[in-house]
Design a binder for this molecule. Structure first.
Ligand SMILES: C[S@@+](CC[C@H](N)C(=O)[O-])C[C@H]1O[C@@H](n2cnc3c(N)ncnc32)[C@H](O)[C@@H]1O
Ligand code: SF4
Length: 450
């Protein structure tokens, strides 16, 4: 490993939180993968789903709903504008796919611990569809008795009727994108509803006292100063939500926001050092208000919020994908469903898997998943890493934790981690840069393996 490479070890700076690396490289750390030749994809999946695995670890179901009423200026997840007819056609195909996937031996072999309906904006489905979706999943799929069923979306047009139908359908966790409670920030980002409307609606949903209500906040949006951010954090407390994710804005290519900034219609989003300061304030705020930390970015107010899907999907759990644009991993295959609606519906009608691209996860993937989830939680243990190595018979010569020690020591010198014989613990700076550190660890393990 090249310990002089600043991309690997970070800058030596008195302020690693703000300046250790130039920017967060990508949303999620990944490993090395091998593509499955396209003509082999259907056959390989048919084979994988037709057998019940001898043993099974944790599994989750992910269902994607690729519609939004309006595209937010910062978002890269947008696929299709919500329209009644398109949603109805999609829902019919989705039902077919769910029934087909549920009937397969692989699916019936073991219970699922968490179900996540993500998007897009799944709360744009109508009340009837929401109830039918939850009911169908509970009737067709084997679920653990304490299975978490999350419905994602936003409060806009999420009426009491929809909420009650979703509860009747069996959804027992609701995750709403709020992003900011500040009306100016919201309007500039093309969010629907003013901040006080959103806060009041979250309060009403919490007052039902029926299921955990969690929210996402973004930091770094145009107009979102540190003062506004402070108000956003206060807004979370006032909303009464059971949990919150604090995400830094990722500035991806091609976002509508960029064009508007270029045209002078929007101020620039926050730079990385400012986002680091916002993260710092978020962490302090949550500690000050005794919120329980579940990961580097996620906090819970009380024990109602369990966040099972988020923690499992980041570990070695298998994720069964359903719907256009859904991604998952089953029996050592990582797959991404087509995002194109016509292609999706045609594939489902033809009885095919809507998978244009599939990878075989490399043999190191259990170790990589362990590393990703450990950095996401903020601590990597020697024993956990040893166990991940043993699970695939990987021998790094000595313990992998020791083999990585020179890298850990370099990070410690640069203020990103604290390391002792048993644990690597992220500092505040390390928490901010956790995806970069995780990615760099995975890359280093690959070079040790080679
Ligand atoms: C795919 S969205 C779905 C949520 C819902 N449609 C909504 O309106 O909020 C899930 C979350 O992704 C996050 N997100 C979207 N764009 C992002 C970006 N550019 N950087 C970081 N997070 C982003 C937002 O916090 C959002 O709540
Ligand atoms: S944040 Fe939500 S509503 Fe806005 S474009 Fe992204 S997925 Fe759609």
């Amino acid at each position: 490993m090249d310990l002089d490479n600043v991309e690997l070890v970070g800058q030596s700076t008195p302020d690693p939180l703000r300046f250790a690396f130039p920017r967060k490289a990508m949303a999620h750390a990944g490993g090395k993968v091998q593509p499955v030749p396209p003509p082999m994809v259907q056959q390989s999946l048919e084979q994988a789903f037709s057998v019940a695995p001898e043993s099974s670890g944790s599994r989750c179901l992910y269902v994607h709903i690729p519609f939004c009423r309006v595209r937010c200026t910062y978002c890269n997840f947008f696929q299709y504008a919500s329209s009644k007819d398109l949603i109805a056609a999609y829902f019919a195909a989705l039902t077919t796919e769910l029934k087909r996937k549920a009937a397969q031996p692989w699916t019936q072999a073991a219970p699922f611990q968490a179900v996540y309906i993500g998007g897009g904006t799944p709360t744009d489905l109508n009340a009837e569809q929401l109830k039918a979706l939850g009911t169908m999943i509970r009737e067709l799929f084997p679920l653990t008795p304490d299975c978490e069923l999350t419905l994602e979306g936003r409060i806009n047009k999420f009426s009491n009727e929809k909420f009650e139908s979703a509860l009747e359908g069996g959804f027992n966790r609701f995750s709403f994108g709020v992003q900011s409670f500040d009306t100016k920030v919201r309007r500039a980002a093309k969010r629907l509803d003013d901040g006080d409307v959103v806060k009041k609606r979250i309060q009403e949903l919490v007052a039902y006292n029926s299921a955990p209500i969690v929210i996402d906040l973004l930091f770094g949006l145009p107009h979102q100063t540190l003062e506004v951010w402070e108000q956003d954090l206060e807004g979370y407390l006032e909303s009464g939500a059971h949990g919150v994710d604090l995400y830094q804005l990722i500035d991806m290519q091609g976002l509508p926001m960029h064009k508007m900034v270029e045209q002078g219609k929007l101020p620039h989003p926050a730079d990385t050092p400012t986002k680091a300061s916002m993260f710092e304030r978020g962490v302090q705020f949550m500690a000050q208000h005794h919120q329980r930390r579940l990961s580097c970015n996620h906090w819970a107010r009380d024990n109602r919020e369990r966040s099972i899907y988020n923690s499992l999907a980041k570990t070695t759990a298998e994720v069964l994908p359903v719907g256009a644009g859904a991604g998952g991993n089953v029996s050592g295959f990582q797959m991404m469903h087509t995002r194109n609606m016509d292609d999706y519906i045609k594939a489902i009608q033809a009885g095919e898997y809507p998978v244009p691209m599939m990878m075989r996860a490399d043999s190191m993937s259990p170790i990589n998943s362990h590393v990703k989830s450990a950095f996401d939680r903020g601590v990597l243990s020697r024993s956990g890493l040893d166990m991940a190595c043993q699970s695939i018979g990987f021998n790094a010569g000595s313990s992998l934790f020791d083999a990585l020690m020179p890298l850990f020591k370099a990070w410690e010198k640069n203020g990103l981690v604290a390391v002792n014989n048993d644990y690597l613990t992220l500092t505040l700076a390390g928490e901010f840069w956790n995806v970069t550190l995780s990615q760099n660890t995975i890359k280093t393990i690959a070079t040790l393996n080679a």
